[in-house]
Design a protein around this ligand. Structure first.
Ligand SMILES: [Zn+2]
Length: 98
């Protein structure tokens, strides 16, 4: 069961999922937690949000993505992206998942 990284609502399995891929900034490494859901602190929101760590052998990792935020809607995704723009110490880049 995934949770929306913005509003923390549970996302049902039959519900369409919106996701944002992220690449960590230099020096940030969560590779010992790959495949797990970790809590990432967002200083602009003063709270931690859940993020899935990309596994080393996944297609996403080959494309240079280190993690994935799951979101319940495009609206939450847009708010999340605005917030991520303020978190450049943690994230080098981010993009909509296909
Ligand atoms: Zn949401």
């Amino acid at each position: 069961m995934f949770r929306c990284a913005w509003c923390m609502r549970k996302i049902a399995e039959n519900q369409p999922l919106y996701a944002i891929n992220v690449k960590f900034a230099e020096g940030i490494d969560n590779s010992d937690r790959e495949g797990e859901i970790v809590q990432i602190y967002l200083s602009s929101r003063k709270t931690s949000v859940p993020m899935i760590v990309t596994t080393a052998d996944s297609e996403a990792k080959k494309n240079g993505q280190d993690g994935l935020f799951t979101l319940c809607s495009r609206e939450c995704g847009d708010k999340m992206k605005k917030s991520l723009e303020k978190e450049m110490d943690t994230f080098k880049s981010f993009s909509d998942a296909e």
